[in-house]
Design a protein around this ligand. Structure first.
Ligand SMILES: Cc1ncc(COP(=O)(O)O)c(C=O)c1O
Length: 386
């Protein structure tokens, strides 16, 4: 390995949301989705140069930025984006919120596949829309889409959008082409637009392939809006940069208007530099990162098999967020997460955050040096054995 993902870099005292939100020093945070690794060296170098310039005025996004996005998606995911399909904004959540505002009116319904990333719920509600759930089906340690339920629910004329999470947080699925085709066809037949949140798209493990929903066909491209960012893969969440991709000029105008209404039309100089460096020079680092994350996941699985065999670790096809079925404990997720924090100072996310379907589960962020992962698992075992 060229890069040292084993290095433990103290983050406490850096105003880290993940590390500095706990009241007690000893808390080990394995919750919010950012990583305890330094980003790719070319990104740090680009940021260093920008910092040394010393002037941090309002930022414009140069043609090289669009080229970096286009080249990356073409080269890595065989998706040919045109630069003018791209709108930038300050994060994927701001992107989703603007897209919802642009394409719905208050009272409209939006489909989500639960358990799912909790901000989907707030973005829908904040725009006056209603959540309709198409719960995923759990079995054999993984999730499937309930297509019969989906067909029934999209048929409601009040449903205007499906918020697709690909790869799926927290279910760990990377949707296959047949699954995406079926989703896309059902939505097309019912005039429901697909909003694809593909923020986790780089974090996909061997044996699985991320397929950009919009790359599947011209019809799917026309009937979708995609939200992407290098922030998860390159650990740049605090730099607040994301992109919205839509082929439809009218849709883009509406989204652009919503971005302006929401006042999220300005990005910062660091986000722009970091994105360009990550997409242009970060690939080698990313490949090693994925390798390391997969080892962490395998370590965790074996640990559960040996020490906590009554709990089931969901298969992880993508993301660094591990979803664990703790229903055998016969406690609510809130009680379990509370017990971990209270007894062993381990902070994980309670599954119920991700909708009713997450009750009895917890979500563990494994994007940390292996020593920290081991420490977290020991704490988990001790807390749950008591
Ligand atoms: C599916 C998904 N979308 C969006 C985000 C957050 O995006 P941002 O920080 O760019 O707003 C997350 C963070 O975990 C996520 O899991």
């Amino acid at each position: 390995m060229k890069y040292n993902f084993d290095e433990i870099i103290p983050r406490r005292g850096t105003n880290s949301y993940k590390w500095d939100s706990a009241k007690e020093e000893e808390v080990l945070p394995m919750w919010v989705a950012d990583m305890d690794f330094r980003t790719a060296p070319p990104v740090i170098e680009a940021l260093r140069k920008r910092v040394e310039h010393g002037i941090f005025g309002y930022t414009r996004v140069p043609p090289a930025y669009y080229e970096a996005v286009v080249d990356w998606f073409s080269h890595r995911h065989s998706w040919q984006i045109e630069p003018d399909w791209i709108l930038y904004t300050s994060g994927v959540v701001p992107a989703l919120s603007a897209v919802i505002k642009a394409l719905t009116v208050p009272g409209d319904c939006i489909l989500v596949q639960t358990p799912v990333y909790n901000c989907f719920f707030s973005s829908i509600r904040n725009n006056g829309c209603e959540i309709v759930s198409n719960p995923l089906l759990y079995g054999n340690d993984t999730y499937q889409i309930d297509f019969d339920d989906l067909e029934r629910k999209v048929a409601d004329p009040k449903v205007k959008l499906l918020l697709l999470c690909n790869p799926h947080n927290p279910a760990g699925r990377v949707w296959t082409r047949p699954e995406l085709v079926r989703i896309g066809e059902i939505c097309l037949q019912n005039n429901v637009r697909v909003i694809a949140d593909e923020i986790h798209c780089e974090l996909v493990y061997p044996g699985h392939t991320y397929i950009p929903f919009a790359s599947i066909s011209d019809e799917f491209l026309a009937n979708s809006v995609t939200c992407i960012s290098p922030s998860k893969a390159f650990n740049l969440a605090g730099l607040q940069i994301a992109n919205i991709v839509s082929v439809d000029e009218e849709v883009r105008k509406k989204i652009d208007r919503a971005i302006n209404i929401n006042e999220v039309c300005d990005v910062n100089p660091f986000g722009v530099e970091a994105l360009m460096a990550a997409y242009k020079e970060g690939e080698e680092w990313l490949e090693e990162l994925k390798h390391y994350l997969l080892h962490n996941y395998n370590y965790l699985r074996i640990y559960f098999q040996e020490h906590l065999p009554h709990l089931t670790v969901t298969l992880l096809e993508g993301t660094y967020l591990v979803w664990v079925d703790c229903r055998a404990l016969q406690q609510s997720s809130e009680e379990i997460a509370g017990r971990l924090l209270e007894k062993e100072k381990l902070w994980v996310n309670e599954g119920s955050l991700y909708g009713e379907a997450g009750e009895g589960f917890i979500r563990i962020n494994i994007a940390c040096p292996r020593e920290l992962l081991k420490e977290g698992l020991d704490r988990l075992r001790r807390a749950l054995k008591r």
